[in-house]
Design a protein around this ligand. Structure first.
Ligand SMILES: Nc1nc2c(ncn2[C@@H]2O[C@H](COP(=O)(O)O[C@H]3[C@@H](O)[C@H](n4cnc5c(=O)[nH]c(N)nc54)O[C@@H]3COP(=O)(O)O)[C@@H](O)[C@H]2O)c(=O)[nH]1
Length: 956
């Protein structure tokens, strides 16, 4: 059935449905109440029935306990009664015998008296005529056997029962046991059964006059049977309640007591006429054999149709092999149970109308409530429907908007990428595909970092996501990679979409491909910053770069050089060969200049024929020279421009930051001034900005040029300064010190030319020459018979970097025929700070060779003590700056003391430099310094002078 849904029908359905539910619930409630009442009624009556049954059973049990107690009593008394009777009877026999003996003794012969006594006893009968007296002599002969006279005067000594008991011996023993006599048990055939013996008890006394055992006995069973009978009769009369009685069954099934049918007594139950009766007795017997218990049975009185339901407690009385049944009619409790049921039912019935009324009222109340609820609900539903309508309308609008958004998403020129909160891509639009080259199915489910170009450091992305987390969005330019591997710039905006609860749902990335814009910007920048003709940075870019280089130079304590160069007579070429050739020439010059400079340097065209080369990171002004020279050399080669071979020369002006100017503009201005100065000097040359600089540079150039030829021109000399033992004041060594005596000019001291030699690498051949000469000189002194002093030779860092340095030392020693230990290689502290492994290798090689190692100028550099431990030095030279003020400065004393102490710890010899006075010498002596070197002993002198000194010493 299809329900028609209208506003009205909806109300009806709701009301009807509610009513149905309410009525069903009310009926269920009433039914439940009724069911609960009935259950309660059933439980009450059941409990009561059980209680009554228990009472009935308790009653039966208590009656049974009393009956069993009574029978126990009877059974226990049986033996006692028998014993008493036997004693009485024997006493009677004893009286008879005694009386006859007393009366007849002496009057008749003894045999006669005996006969009289025996005959008097012979007819005596008792115990229902079974009882008689017997007499035996103590030898076991039968004297009186009333029932078996044939046994009289025979020996019964060995007579025994079915269990092997010697009967006569037992009787005699009992008679002799005490004066009063005694009991003896044995077995014998009862009167009615000659086949099977049963237990018998006899009482015997010793009749002393004749030594007779005299007594009587009887069968125990018979006494028990009599007691049982007595008990049954008692139980017959035992009544309890209205219907309570006892019944007794023999274990063999014989009915012993059956008060309602005494005619059945003595019968076996199997002989009963009624099968029901038989069944009852059989069940009772079976229950007794199982240990007894309660049973119920239906009993019909003989000749009556009334069936009585009875409860019976069955219990076996083992001593007499009988079963006791205490039985009571259930009628006795049924009336009480019925009365209780009636009362419970009346109580329930009285509550039913109230329950009905409650149910009816509940139904009515529920109907009313449901009607009201229904009205209220309908109101709510109508309100809800209005909301739904409004919502549907809103959804319709939203759908329209979404449709629009979808359209925008699909048709947008901006790439759009939507991810979930875990940044897995959910959707991308066609523009994304167009820009990145990735189709949607290739990126969905992946992370956006598949677009990463590798151009940004991880920090960039970390900071980007940090911003997104903190502000909800990020925008900026970023480099990404397309599917084809090309890298492109994009303007990216990432926005976080959150739920109403603030939970991140999505990230939306929109981006614009900036490739074209960048290219345009690059073109603009190119135009703005580069010279269109040569492609070199223009003045503006040069200025920027120079500013950056200056800032860096300031931080690093370096210099920036601006080399402004102008092409000599370019105007003539331009005017004569035309602008095209002029332009080609400028391009050619630009190309050559570009090849000359390092990546960090800049070649720029300022306009016309003027170029600037900016050199960065210079340590000193002279480092600008090689570049200036290279420019001159590079431009010296002719330019082949079509059919024209052109020669061009530049004039170069050099200015240095920070020496000549503090900003790019001033620096360029000064360099230009220097350039004009160079032009005035005759072109194809360079000029530094200041005269002092010019002088310094010129001087340096002169030294450098001179040094290149110094060895060839034999201009180098060695002087030697002695090293004196402070303990003995004798010369123990000397230091070779280089001097340069140019052919034309005055003597040049090492401070001026060694740095130039080191920078230009000329120190390597010069140093080699020093080594050879020093070794030769030492050998010469040896040959003159001098003491075997040690020769110290200064070695510069560039020498130590030479892989063959150790070999060259070995060679020098071998050539001079010296032991390696005679040579001391002096290095400065800077060696220790140099990380170059070639240096350490050389030092190791020298140590392996066996030369001594000396650390020069100790304390002036930055070497820490730990370096001393890293290299195995032999000698530590204390710099003369500490020695010069030694006699005036306490701090210097402390310092030298510390140095000497460290040196001693490391087993180093100490040499104090610059000892100029006796006072210094004494202090050094006191401090424990080993050797001294200085003007106090001798200035550095030519070899022959030192030879003289040593000779003097020897002769002194
Ligand atoms: N790589 C090489 N370096 C060398 C070589 N020859 C010398 N040098 C180094 O040049 C520096 C200057 O040497 P020099 O001008 O010869 O000065 C030495 C002494 O004249 C000077 N000295 C000695 N005693 C005194 C003194 O009492 N007073 C005083 N004012 N000056 C004195 O000290 C210089 C020796 O110094 P050092 O070498 O540190 O022992 C100098 O640093 C040399 O190392 C060379 O062949 N190769």
């Amino acid at each position: 059935m299809k329900l028609e849904l209208t506003d009205r029908n909806l109300q009806r359905y709701h009301l009807t449905g509610t009513l149905v539910v309410v009525v069903v619930l009310a009926l269920a409630l009433a039914g439940s109440l009724l069911w609960i009442g009935l259950t309660e009624y059933r439980q009450i009556t059941q409990r009561f029935e059980q209680a009554q049954q228990k009472r009935l059973h308790d009653r039966l049990q208590s009656e049974m306990d009393a009956a069993v107690g009574y029978l126990d009593f009877l059974q226990a008394r049986t033996g006692m009664v028998l014993r008493k009777a036997l004693q009485e009877k024997t006493a009677m026999a004893f009286q008879i015998a005694t009386a006859i003996h007393q009366h007849e003794h002496g009057r008749h012969p003894e045999a006669e008296v005996k006969r009289l006594i025996l005959e008097a006893l012979r007819p005596q009968r008792f115990f229902d005529d079974r009882g008689y007296f017997f007499v035996r002599d103590l030898q076991g002969n039968g004297l009186l056997q009333p029932l078996n006279p044939e046994l009289e005067n025979t020996s019964l000594w060995d007579n025994h029962d079915d269990k092997g008991h010697f009967i006569t011996r037992g009787l005699i023993a009992a008679a002799r046991s005490s004066e009063a006599g005694g009991f003896s048990s044995y077995r014998w055939y009862p009167p009615d059964n000659r086949l099977e013996m049963s237990d018998k008890l006899a009482y015997v006394r010793l009749f002393a006059p004749y030594g007779w055992a005299m007594g009587t006995g009887d069968y125990l069973d018979l006494w028990h049977a009599a007691r049982l009978k007595e008990g049954i009769e008692r139980l017959r009369a035992w009544k309890f309640g209205d219907t309570g009685r006892f019944e007794v069954l023999g274990l063999d099934g014989q009915i012993l007591l059956q008060p309602p049918s005494p005619g059945d007594e003595g019968k076996n139950y199997r002989q009963l006429a009624s099968p029901e009766e038989q069944d009852i007795q059989r069940r009772m017997l079976a229950l007794a054999n199982e240990g007894g218990g309660l049973m119920e049975y239906a009993w019909r009185r003989q000749g009556s149709d009334i069936v009585d339901t009875r409860s019976a407690l069955v219990q076996r009385f083992a001593s007499w092999n009988i079963v006791l049944v205490a039985t009571l009619s259930s009628r006795e409790i049924q009336a009480t149970i019925d009365a209780e049921k009636a009362s419970a039912w009346a109580s329930l019935s009285s509550r039913l109308p109230y329950a009905g009324l409650v149910a009816v009222l509940a139904i009515l109340g529920a109907i009313l409530a449901s009607a009201l609820f229904s009205r209220w609900m309908i109101g709510l539903l109508q309100g809800y429907k209005r909301d739904l309508d409004a919502h549907a309308l809103a959804l319709e609008q939203k759908a329209g908007e979404l449709h629009l958004a979808g359209h925008v998403f699909e048709s947008s020129n901006e790439g759009i990428l939507i991810t979930d909160a875990e940044r897995r891509i959910l959707a991308v639009n066609p523009a994304f595909t167009a820009i990145s080259g990735y189709r949607a199915e290739e990126v969905v489910g992946k992370q956006p970092d598949l677009l990463a170009s590798g151009k940004h450091e991880p920090d960039f992305y970390r900071s980007m996501w940090q911003t997104i987390r903190e502000t909800g969005s990020w925008s900026g330019e970023i480099w990404n990679q397309r599917r084809d591997g090309s890298v492109f710039p994009e303007l990216l905006q990432i926005t976080t979409v959150r739920s109403a609860g603030g939970e991140v749902l999505h990230y939306v990335g929109t981006f614009l491909d900036l490739t074209e814009r960048k290219e345009a910007e690059d073109r603009i920048r190119q135009l703005a910053e580069f010279d269109p003709l040569t492609g070199l940075p223009n003045r503006s870019l040069l200025r920027d770069r120079m500013a950056q280089a200056m800032a860096r130079a300031e931080r690093e304590n370096r210099r920036v050089a601006a080399l402004v160069l102008d092409l000599d007579r370019f105007k003539t070429i331009n005017d004569s060969l035309g602008h095209a050739i002029g332009d080609q020439l400028l391009q050619g010059v630009a190309a050559r200049l570009r090849q000359l400079v390092r990546h960090s340097d800049t070649v720029s065209r300022m306009g016309g024929d003027e170029f600037v080369v900016a050199l960065t990171g210079l340590e000193h002004p002279a480092q600008a020279l090689p570049s200036a020279r290279k420019i001159l050399e590079a431009l010296a080669a002719p330019f082949q421009l079509g059919e024209h071979e052109l020669l061009i020369t530049p004039s170069i002006g050099i200015a240095l930051y920070p020496d000549n100017a503090g900003d790019p503009e001033t620096l360029l201005k000064h360099a230009e001034a220097a350039m004009y100065h160079a032009k005035n000097q005759g072109r194809n040359t360079f000029q530094f900005f200041t005269p002092e600089f010019n002088h310094w540079v010129t001087e340096r150039l002169r030294i450098e040029n001179g040094l290149r030829h110094a060895l060839a021109r034999n201009e180098m000399r060695l002087h030697f300064q002695p090293q004196v033992s402070l303990a003995t004041r004798r010369i123990v060594g000397c230091e070779a010190l280089l001097r340069w005596q140019p052919t034309e000019g005055e003597l040049v001291m090492p401070d001026r030319f060694i740095p130039v030699a080191e920078e230009t690498g000329l120190i390597v051949p010069i140093g080699h020459w020093v080594l050879e000469q020093a070794c030769r000189q030492l050998a010469r002194w040896d040959a003159e018979g001098g003491a075997p002093i040690r020769m110290a030779v200064n070695v510069a860092v560039p020498q130590l970097r030479q892989p063959d340095f150790v070999d060259s030392v070995r060679q020098a020693l071998q050539q001079a025929g010296l032991a390696p230990g005679r040579l001391e290689i002096e290095v400065t502290e800077s060696v220790l700070l140099d990380k170059d492994e070639r240096i350490s290798r050389t030092l190791e090689g020298l140590l392996a060779l066996g030369t001594k190692l000396s650390l020069d100028d100790f304390g002036t550099g930055y070497a820490s003590l730990s370096y001393l431990r890293n290299f195995r030095f032999d000698v530590l030279k204390i710099d003369r700056s500490f020695v010069s003020e030694l006699h005036r400065n306490e701090a210097d004393i402390k310092l030298i003391r510390a140095i000497i102490s460290i040196a001693r710890d490391l087993s180093l010899q100490t040499v104090a430099e610059g000892v100029e006075s006796e006072a210094q010498l004494e202090i050094l002596q006191e401090l424990g310094c080993n050797l001294g070197q200085g003007y106090h002993f001798s200035r550095p002198v030519p070899a022959d002078q030192l030879g003289e000194l040593m000779r003097g010493e020897r002769e002194a």
